[in-house]
Design a protein around this ligand. Structure first.
Ligand SMILES: NC(=O)c1ccc[n+]([C@@H]2O[C@H](COP(=O)([O-])OP(=O)(O)OC[C@H]3O[C@@H](n4cnc5c(N)ncnc54)[C@H](O)[C@@H]3O)[C@@H](O)[C@H]2O)c1
Length: 349
């Protein structure tokens, strides 16, 4: 069966979808709609059909799927209109701006019987999947802390991402990916508390970075951090267990695992610093540790589209479940509440 997808909003991300979809059998782009003349012209140059209006796009009986790649505030109204016009919907992330908005979208999906999903493509990030492998293997002993960070130094991008009314800010932009990944590392484990701070280094209207500390019911603490004024980046992932530590430096999967070998260190050489000496912080003796390769994961993000088509054909369940998306939305709201009040938010999420 061939599926035809129409795209609403033909900016940067829609260009990426266009490129990926060209490599997928059974999925075709029927056309696009964008409110900007210049973006419609770009689509035209690429040989894509350009609809006259959103209404024209939604009235096309040939399409069964609408992909929404507009600024974040536009996702909800377009998604609801598309489902009411009988279309299945893929919304870009973040699905919308609040849990109440998502609730409305989910109700529209139930009412119309149309499929609604979200492009949580970073579930296919190889660094994230590698951390999942590390946790599954249990090589680090009992896990007690996971840190996940992305750092850039160019501030918040100078487009709608700087404006609150369009759903700007880094919690909604990058936080939504990193929090989704963190929750997937601990399936079925509740969060007991959230403490967060945010930054306004380059922008006063929305957060241009944040740091959130989550305490899971199993006593694992997780740190999720996004920074846009960081000229030196900290590692993408840092994972700590009772018997070892793993680091993934970057998206290129550089990194390592260091584990205790079980050899007792009786004669630790202290480190002499200018103002004193320490055994506690002295480096490990070589024979007391193993340094190991990361269990690197490989992935193909096109599985996202294949899964959407399989769901529409009744062959598979959706890989991105709306209750999971809702949980991330509520977690982002708890993070905003903590950052605003300066207090720990204690609620079971
Ligand atoms: N999943 C990912 O990895 C990823 C990466 C980047 C962006 N995104 C998401 O994709 C979406 C778009 O981001 P972008 O970087 O492409 O932004 P962009 O500004 O490059 O593109 C948005 C486009 O939407 C158009 N638009 C605005 N309002 C519209 C409306 N009412 N109807 C039709 N078109 C409209 C704009 O003219 C623009 O061309 C956002 O939700 C963003 O969060 C996702």
């Amino acid at each position: 069966m061939k599926h035809k997808m129409a795209i609403v909003g033909f900016g940067g991300m829609a260009g990426w979808h266009h490129k990926e979809i060209q490599t997928i059998d059974d999925l075709e782009i029927a056309g696009i709609w964008d409110i900007k003349e210049e973006r419609r012209a770009v689509a035209n140059q690429k040989g894509l059909h350009v609809y006259e209006s959103l209404e024209d796009l939604l009235a096309d009986p040939e399409t069964d799927l609408v992909l929404i790649a507009t600024p974040n505030d536009v996702h909800k109204p377009v998604a609801i209109a598309a489902m009411e016009a009988g279309k299945n919907v893929i919304s870009e992330k973040p699905v919308t701006l609040s849990s109440a908005d998502l609730q409305e979208m989910m109700e529209a999906s139930t009412r119309t019987g149309r499929f609604l999903t979200v492009h949580q493509n970073r579930r296919w990030d190889e660094d994230f999947l590698t951390v999942r492998n590390i946790l599954k293997e249990g090589r680090l002993g009992e896990l007690f802390r996971v840190e996940s960070r992305v750092h850039g130094s160019r501030g918040i991008p100078g487009d709608w991402r700087q404006e609150k009314e369009h759903g700007g800010g880094m919690i909604l932009d990058w936080g939504v990916h990193l929090l989704d990944q963190m929750l997937l590392l601990f399936p079925g484990v509740s969060i007991r508390s959230v403490y967060a701070t945010w930054t306004h280094v380059t922008n006063q209207l929305v957060d241009d970075g944040f740091s959130a500390e989550l305490l899971f019911e199993n006593n694992v603490r997780a740190l999720v951090e996004v920074g846009t004024s960081n000229f030196i980046s900290l590692p993408r992932w840092y994972v700590l267990g009772t018997d070892g530590t793993a680091v993934i430096e970057d998206w290129d999967l550089s990194g390592r695992i260091v584990r205790a070998s079980g050899v007792d260190e009786k004669d630790v050489m202290p480190v002499i610093t200018a103002a004193g000496l320490t055994k506690t912080m002295a480096p490990r003796r070589d024979d007391s540790i193993f340094t190991e390769e990361l269990p690197k994961a490989r992935s193909d993000v096109r599985e996202f589209y294949l899964n959407v088509m399989a769901v529409l054909e009744g062959r598979e369940e959706s890989r991105i479940k709306l209750p999971e998306v809702m949980r991330v939305m509520k977690l982002m709201e708890a993070i905003a509440r903590s950052a605003e009040s300066g207090e720990v938010v204690k609620e079971i999420l």
